[in-house]
Ligand binder design. Structure first.
Ligand code: HEC
Length: 155
């Protein structure tokens, strides 16, 4: 029977040994994986310089104070009605300085009858109206489109 108890003692030792071995493996594995979570140690000044050198070239500047003032040249998507509201309404919506009011057919009849001169007058100015109604950032084409809008609302 002594061989049997030697066998069981050895077996117990092996099992306990394996248990300890697994515990060590698990602890070691945890240490390795938690190492992954640690931020690589990079000097903050180096990091700042890298960030600076890889940042995008341009930044989009969305400034509400410049939106709507004078509608910028935007290719085909020029909104004449909005541009009228922003640049011309002050006089043509109110009749200020005796400006012909939008929709006042009598006030526009003779002006429309001049033909192309009405566009030139809008671009160059006329009487108390400054060139382009003071909205110098509008292109001639844009002013013409606004005049079209004003004419179609006033005849
Ligand atoms: C500061 C006031 C003012 C603003 C702003 C203004 N206008 Fe005028 N506009 C006038 C006055 C005043 C007249 C009448 C001028 C006259 O007949 O002596 C006029 C006349 C016109 C006429 C008729 C021109 C003609 O041949 O009789 C057109 C077209 C016109 N404006 C377009 C515009 C457009 C387009 C804008 C905006 C981009 C604009 N105006 C902004 C004051 C203004």
């Amino acid at each position: 029977m002594s061989t049997d108890s030697d066998f069981y003692r050895t077996l117990t030792l092996v099992i306990v040994g394996l248990g300890v071995f697994f515990v060590i493996i698990i602890i070691a594995a945890n240490m390795v994986s938690s190492d992954d979570d640690v931020e690589p140690k990079v000097d903050q000044r180096v990091k700042a310089r890298i960030d600076e050198s890889i940042k995008p070239v341009g930044t989009v500047n969305i400034d509400a104070s410049t939106a709507g003032a004078a509608a910028p040249a935007t290719g085909g998507s020029f909104d004449a009605a909005a541009a009228y509201q922003n640049n011309c309404f002050a006089c043509h919506g109110t009749g200020a300085l005796d400006a012909p009011k939008l929709g006042d057919k009598a006030a526009w009849k003779a002006r429309i009858a001049q033909g192309d001169a009405i566009y030139t007058n809008a671009v160059k100015g006329k009487g108390s109206m400054p060139p382009k109604g003071g909205a110098a950032s509008l292109s001639d084409d844009q002013v013409n489109l606004i005049v079209d809008h004003m004419i179609s609302e006033s005849k």
